[in-house]
Write a protein that binds this ligand. Sequence first.
Ligand code: HEM
Length: 124
Amino acid sequence: MVSDLNKTNMDRVITFKEVRKHRKQDSVWIVIHDEVYDVTAYLEEHPGGETILLDYAGEDGSQAFEDFGHSQDAREIMKKYKIGILAPEEKTSFLEECSKLKWAVLALAGAVVIGFALKKYLNK
Ligand code: HEM
């Protein structure tokens, strides 16, 4: 289906809702850095064992993936299992940016309030 594809690189765009459906041994999808991997066929081969992959089935395993310090080899192997990318509004990086923006706006609002309070106080 054409609407399923990202026109620039033909990656399939997948929602988290869809990813969450693949959390059992017979179909295991994991999100790593906003990309979706179907690791079902890799479960038995994974040097870190299948249990850990099953722990993150249907979820975002980016942090855990980096925490275990995977090699360049591992990053090459995973390319084989990539099946798509997260929808842009669901990307972890996008959500993190939103969160940063929220704090920036709050800090700015706080500064304005303090500025007004100070002005009032000094003009007394
Ligand atoms: C497509 C995804 C993945 C691939 C291709 C992959 C591949 C590999 C490879 C090749 C190794 C051997 C060491 C190395 O070369 O770095 C490894 C080890 C390991 N991986 Fe993964 N991995 C994937 C996902 C994950 C995830 C999501 C986790 C954690 C939630 C994980 C946890 C581990 C652990 C604990 C080890 C063992 C480290 C050790 O004992 O030294 N892996 N993985």
